[in-house]
Design a protein around this ligand. Structure first.
Ligand SMILES: [Zn+2]
Length: 231
């Protein structure tokens, strides 16, 4: 839905959406004609004839002129025949057509489908983790300092212990998520567009995964901070 709003919002700033305009509001209410959503609880299985129909609907000219977004939840419901019917469209979509496939069982997706997609990893919010005001203030100031001074030293020093580093990464994940999901969240990432947050979120999740097995967390953290959070 963030991607759809970014495509259709009437604001002129690339990568942003306002949440207020007619397009944003209709997308939120799921009544925007050029956003097609196929819910996981739809009775209909994603049979090959359903997929052909989706492809046809996506090829028809958009009603509001800007493009079309199609979101298929739990895309692993597609069998091999359905997935194969999709491949050509995913490889060479018409201009302004966006396909978002979500899945809680990515292992069940056809590898040829995955290889034609940009893959973003997400994970459930860990409700049990609560960050103190002190932690939040400290980490916010470290990030602000990183952007001002262009220097990763203070963060690396603070995250010298791996357990602290992991907690810091979880906090970044929560803050990026809040920036996208909550309205008027006082997130330290207000300066990023929602799509930027989605992109950076999955990099942080990836790093967190690597740290579970890799001892040299300092080097990996330094690289992520320098590339993604310094500017
Ligand atoms: Zn808008």
């Amino acid at each position: 839905m963030v991607l759809a709003k970014t495509v259709f919002c009437s604001t002129k700033q690339a990568g942003l959406f306002c949440g207020e305009c007619s397009s944003c509001k209709r997308i939120e209410k799921q009544v925007f004609p050029d956003v097609l959503t196929f819910r996981e609880n739809d009775e209909e299985d994603l049979k090959v004839e359903n997929v052909r129909e989706i492809i046809y609907q996506m090829e028809v000219a958009p009603l509001e002129g800007k493009g079309k977004v199609c979101c298929i939840e739990e895309a692993h419901r597609m069998n091999a025949a359905s997935s194969n019917a999709f491949l050509k469209t995913l490889e060479e979509p018409k201009e302004g057509r966006y396909f978002v496939l979500t899945s809680t069982k990515p292992g069940s997706l056809l590898p040829t489908l995955i290889s034609r997609s940009m893959v973003f990893h997400f994970k459930p919010q860990e409700a049990s983790i609560v960050f103190s005001k002190e932690e939040t203030e400290l980490w916010e100031s470290l990030l602000l300092n990183l952007r001002k001074e262009k220097n990763t030293e203070a963060i690396l020093e603070h995250c010298e212990e791996k357990s602290v580093c992991l907690r810091f990464l979880l906090w970044i994940q929560a803050s990026l998520r809040n920036r996208v999901v909550l309205e008027n969240d006082p997130s330290p990432f207000q300066y990023l567009s929602p799509m930027d947050c989605v992109y950076k979120y999955q990099l942080v999740v990836e790093l967190e995964r690597k740290l579970q097995s890799n001892a040299n967390h300092g080097l990996l953290l330094e690289s992520l901070m320098r590339k993604e959070f310094r500017a």
